[in-house]
Design a protein around this ligand. Sequence first.
Ligand SMILES: [Ca+2]
Length: 524
Amino acid sequence: MKPAFSRLRYRTTCMMLTAMVLAACGGDDDATAPVAPASVDAAQACSALAGKTLAGATVTAASTVAASAAAPLYCKVTATIAPQLHLELRLPQQWNGKLYYEGGGGYDGSIPDLAGGNLSALKLGYATVNSDSGHTDNGLSAAFALNDTLAANLFGSLAVPTVMSSAKEMVFAAYGKEPEKSYFEGCSEGGREALMAAQRNPNLFDGIIARAPGYNWVGFMGHWNRNEKAVAAPGGQINTAKLGLLARAVRDACDAKDGIVDGIVSNPQACTFDPAVLRCAGGADAGDTCLSDAQLAVVNSRTSSASFANGAYTSSALALNGNEDDAAAGWGAWVTGNGDVRSALHYLFQDTTVKNYLARNPAQDSLTYAYESNLASLFSMAALNDATNPDLRPFKSSNAKLILWHGGSDPSISPKASSDYYQAVTKAVGGQAATDEFVRYYIAPGVGHCEGGPGADQSDLLTALDTWVAKGTAPGTLSATKVANGATQASRPLCRFPQYPRYTGPANDTAAAALAANYTCTAP
Ligand SMILES: [Ca+2]
């Protein structure tokens, strides 16, 4: 349990009371603990919070949401922490005594819907909380950072601890007891928030799940700036047919190295494919059966690391994985914009970053901006947003646990970036044994950015984390499933890094290939 703020507050209140009523405060720790009601239903939780201001959060609405096929009965609370930080707290009728905080995505700017991680947590009985991280906009806009220093600081690192202060107080007011455990989970930007909390607020959560974390903001944005300039260069655009050519060539070379040809390169460390074999004769574009030098320059920009400010900021290489042509995990949406570079997600993210953090000029064209032209702006953005500190000893000392997860075919953030961070943590905390005491790292082969792709993208990491934190049972090999239309299509073991799931079942057996039992976590 984290510092018992409610007891401290209760004692403080008692100290302020006169001797006349002091007896009611009791004389030892147990007696000072507030007594939880036998049960609190969702309507009571709502009425306890309606109209209140708690730890700076003013409740703007509190109403029950009836149980449905999608979600159980809960009290939905919206609140504002003045002047601009908005949060939503969901208090289930059947509370498990714990709090779950889910991070945002992109540049945040809105409260995430009840879906994905927070819906799963609510179904498990967790009280859940989300925020907009302190500004209102679409997730592809960093306009808030241009002139709103508070918004920039809230987005960078302050929203999570600020929201947590209020959320814990609200949970106490609603249920009569503070959360027994508090967990954070986030992917991409939410994964950055997760690692930021582990680094800067090591006592805030009992456990953290960081998935595909965008922890390296300056490095990643600079890498994307470089990549998108290559796509925008004359002849740099890679069409769908050429992406198919590239992906097939990678699969032909590497798919089988995990024991099964299933469209997933599960053993990337055995993959030594060189895209230069696809070069058009002479280097000029000669149609869809080869890649020109301009197109290979895009491939090489992504598959090589990037470094800025004399190595102060770096970004890991993003290896080819054979899913470059996948609808969800491929390059179309993220890199090429399917023929329109200025609609590619990486173009859009780096462009709003250049405009609002670096050039500080909304009219700046990011494709003509030299990324290192203003080092002070890089330093400033890093101080706000980078969660690159590998020294998690304070987090470890608080007895908290961290689960790292990354999709093996992530087209946005390289799984190698998470591997590099994990290895830096291992070094910083004193080696593998010390790391194993509080970190688990998993790569899910064939999975795209946070989800999607041909791989098994669904795993119950929250229960694995809770079992570790609450019962002391550290997670080993976990399970992952691929779900389509509500039905499980395939299962795989989710192996601890650096292991991968190697197929050990019968050959040419589609049913066997869909079952996790026919795979063995194997060292590369
Ligand atoms: Ca394979």
